[in-house]
Design a protein around this ligand. Sequence first.
Ligand code: SAM
Length: 227
Amino acid sequence: LLSKRLRRVAYYIHDDIKVIADIGSDHAYLPCYVCLQNPDLFAIAGEVNEGPYLAAKKQVEKYELENQIDVRLGDGLSVLDKGEADCITIAGMGGTLIAKILADGKDKLPHVKRLVLQPNIDAHAIREFAVEEKYEIIAEEIIDDEGYIYEILVLEPTINMVNYSEKEMYLGPHLIENKNEVFYEKWQHVLNKKYKIIDQMKNAQNINYEKIDYFSKQVQWIEEEIE
Ligand code: SAM
């Protein structure tokens, strides 16, 4: 059975999507799951490392999905031809790496209708990519899977101005709107950590006022949303 985390990613691969590219696919669990569910779907599983690439190939053979899933070895979006995929999924990495993979492969993005991204940390880096590259964040989720907290962000290109406040960039515009237990849990934890760090910074020999201000602003945003 696919992890809850990847099932939530799969949820956003809608019926009108014909070809998905899962970048950093590892065992290709996600493409195998969605292709078994939908025989009309075609998938590309991209991997930069040989071990996970071979693991993906094996998994695809195990389910006899060779006609539906193409496993490719290469860095980021370089494994794709222009216009080949209508949806890209990237899961299980840091937000900064996900944003870098997308920015480095920008020339492959114009025909892509939807990006489903699951950063383990630093979701704000993906929101920054969205604003810079004119994507609207159409959905966000924060979930707990076996004691770990994950965020999922769904981006679609837009011709409208994309504008989020600094607080929304930090906490997530949709997550602020629909707060769940996991949201409170995550940000309470971050808040406690920030209090400690600010205390330490105030007692340091060389006080970095700029950094204290920056952290204090984040503390204020979190307090406004969870207290
Ligand atoms: N997507 C799977 C998931 O969510 O369970 C696997 C996540 S795994 C932690 C990250 C995978 O991304 C690794 O297998 C790694 O080899 C691959 N990876 C990292 N950087 C990559 C890049 N630039 N291009 C393609 N794959 C990459």
